[in-house]
Design a protein around this ligand. Structure first.
Ligand SMILES: [Ca+2]
Ligand SMILES: [Ca+2]
Length: 308
């Protein structure tokens, strides 16, 4: 019995020792602006406190600049992410930002490797170049508390494939999404009154092939599309037959609709505008619509009446 108790005690001691080893230990710490920071041996950088983190620059880097930061946690109470705070954070893959943060300063995340960033609704201000060269960034939301997307804010985010600009945004700065080579279309609301030079649609000053701007007739977005000779899709009205949403009705749409109505769901291109697919206006999208669209795009005049 005594032996069994001893074994149990040893087992318990071993387990607690292992638990202690497994828990992350703080390896570095310090202050940054109004806040404090810690880095643990799992690579988690935690910023706590009330107010702004420090502002840094190329010559005066953040204290964690050279450290193995794998994950960033901005705790509740932090209101501002200072300039260059996570500049060149190339090992950090994940970040959580608490909804006390209202300001993201210039170059805050420039050249970092974070793949996805969820900005809280509390963010009202994004700085110049804040996310420039985030070459792993696949997704980011722009909260509808943001009114301006400044110069080069998302330039050279080469993996970014889509972005939704909320209707709170009134201004998009020069080069805001320049060199985002995988961003092939963008939807711009009527709220946007200013669009800067090469704000989107360009890669190394060359136009991105087939770049499409969706917006409203008479808007700044339409002017930008015309000035730069990009496709423009008027989202204010439905262009019957343009099921792929590229602004034209042609054989590509007919093929897409035929595949869809035949039930072939194993193809890459999906219908983008279902309202454009009910060609005969009977409230159903089916083979009859695909048939009309196919014949119309083959040049059969008798079907023109559906497309006027
Ligand atoms: Ca089309
Ligand atoms: Ca129909």
């Amino acid at each position: 019995m005594k032996k069994l108790v001893s074994i149990l005690i040893i087992a318990v001691l071993l387990i607690s020792a292992l638990t202690v080893t497994a828990a992350a230990a703080i390896t570095e710490s310090g202050t940054t602006g109004d806040c404090t920071w810690t880095l643990d041996n799992d690579g988690t950088l935690t910023i706590s406190g009330n107010g702004a983190t420090g502002d840094y620059n190329w010559n005066d880097n953040a204290p964690w600049y050279d450290m193995e930061v794998k994950k960033i946690v901005i705790e509740n109470g932090v209101t501002k992410i200072g300039s260059h705070a996570f500049y060149y954070c190339v090992n950090a893959k994940a970040i959580t930002i608490s909804d006390s943060v209202s300001e993201i300063s210039d170059y805050a995340f420039a050249f970092s490797d974070i793949a996805n960033i969820e900005l809280p609704d509390s963010v009202t201000s994004i700085g110049d170049h804040a996310f420039t060269y985030c070459t792993n960034l696949e997704g980011i939301n722009i909260p509808d508390s943001v009114t301006s997307i400044p110069e080069a804010a998302f330039s050279d985010c080469s993996k970014l494939i889509s972005v939704i600009i909320p209707d709170s945004v009134t201004s998009i700065g020069n080069r805001a999404f320049n060199d985002c080579e995988n961003l092939t279309e963008i939807t711009i609301q009527n709220s946007v009154a200013n669009i800067g030079a090469t704000a989107f649609g360009y890669k190394s000053n060359e136009k991105i092939d087939g770049f499409t701007i969706k917006g409203f007739k008479g808007s700044t977005a339409e002017t930008y599309a015309k000035d730069n000779d990009f496709n423009f899709v008027d989202i204010g009205k439905v262009l019957i037959g343009d099921v792929n949403g590229d602004g034209n009705v042609n054989g590509a749409d007919a093929g897409l609709l035929t595949r869809y109505t035949s039930g072939w769901d194993n193809y890459d291109e999906k219908i983008k505008n279902m309202a454009a697919a009910d060609i005969n206006g009977d409230g159903f999208v089916n083979g009859a619509d695909a048939g009309i669209l196919t014949r119309y795009t083959s040049g059969w005049d008798k079907y023109n009446k559906y497309f006027s």
